[in-house]
Design a binder for this molecule. Structure first.
Ligand SMILES: NC(=O)c1ccc[n+]([C@@H]2O[C@H](COP(=O)([O-])OP(=O)(O)OC[C@H]3O[C@@H](n4cnc5c(N)ncnc54)[C@H](OP(=O)(O)O)[C@@H]3O)[C@@H](O)[C@H]2O)c1
Length: 255
């Protein structure tokens, strides 16, 4: 009998984990996506889309589908679903793991400042107009309407709708990975003098950070939400080792 596991996804790691699990004959994995992206990448395992309806909905899903392990491989800046996963797993006694890339660390030459959130980032840009490369994802962008004096270059996977309510904004639609050289060319072409980003970690979006360093451009990073008290690994290999260990252990759901 195949063991059912649920991966909460929306990241490269979730996709890669799904790819590895697709080859396993002893496991039936489902990958869950929030459904925000209009044309999501293909996945190697079956996908379900859309919210569960809070903690109770996710707990119900875990029960209804006899999920034997829950892997939270969502983005580090998606704290709501991660908290829901923590509580739903506890309620249903489902073993749970967080698979999450570690944040980038500053190296010599980086001119980083860290802020709590997008409103603080908008304030930190200052009064004088600047050319800002905004790479924070669509959901945070509206906060920058509070700083309309700047010229924004905004990159996102799907169109920003409604557009940012400022007089000067240009949009690029693109999906990573982004190479450092390509990012340097972009920052130069738009005479960018500050980058605003999330500390996503991983290689796919590090190019802009490395490019900013070599060009001496400051980077404002939104701080990561606090980590939840859940066992956490940084790589797909470690997640697989954890899963194998957990699936061997007898399940005690107290029923
Ligand atoms: N935030 C980012 O910067 C970012 C970047 C890249 C990718 N993503 C991915 O985009 C998704 C949405 O991000 P967010 O910031 O809106 O998350 P969020 O604020 O933590 O979640 C909001 C709600 O969206 C639903 N949801 C989120 N992820 C889901 C998933 N994988 N499967 C099913 N439902 C999910 C849940 O709805 P219910 O309460 O109804 O269950 C959740 O309460 C995440 O899955 C994340 O991995 C986010």
């Amino acid at each position: 009998m195949r063991k059912h596991i649920l991966i909460l996804g929306g990241t490269t790691e979730a996709r890669e984990f799904g790819q590895q699990l697709a080859a396993r004959t002893d496991i039936a994995a489902t990958l869950s996506l929030a459904g925000r992206t209009a044309s999501p990448l293909a996945q190697a395992v079956p996908v379900r889309r859309g919210g569960f309806g809070g903690i109770a909905g996710l707990a119900q899903y875990l029960r209804d589908n006899a999920i034997e392990a829950l892997i939270d491989a969502t983005h580090p800046y998606a704290p709501t679903i991660s908290a829901h996963a923590l509580y739903a797993a506890a309620q249903t006694k489902t073993p749970m793991l967080v698979l999450c890339r570690p944040p980038w660390r500053a190296v010599a030459g980086d001119r980083w400042s860290e802020v709590l959130d997008a409103p603080e980032a908008a304030q930190t840009l200052g009064i004088e107009p600047r050319n800002v490369f905004l790479a924070v994802g669509r959901q945070e962008i509206a906060h920058f309407a509070a700083a309309p004096q700047h010229h924004y270059l905004i990159r996102s996977v799907d169109p920003v709708d409604p557009p940012l309510a400022v007089p000067h904004a240009r949009y690029i639609l693109a999906r990573g990975p982004f190479e450092e050289e390509q990012e340097r060319a972009l920052l130069r072409a738009h005479a960018i003098d500050v980058v605003v980003a999330k500390n996503s970690g991983g290689a796919a979006t590090y190019g802009k950070v490395a490019a900013a360093r070599t060009l001496g451009i400051p980077v404002i990073l939104l701080r990561r939400p606090p980590e939840l008290p859940v066992h956490r690994v940084a790589s797909v290999g470690e997640a697989m080792a954890w899963l194998d260990h957990v699936l061997k252990a007898p399940v005690d759901r107290g029923v």
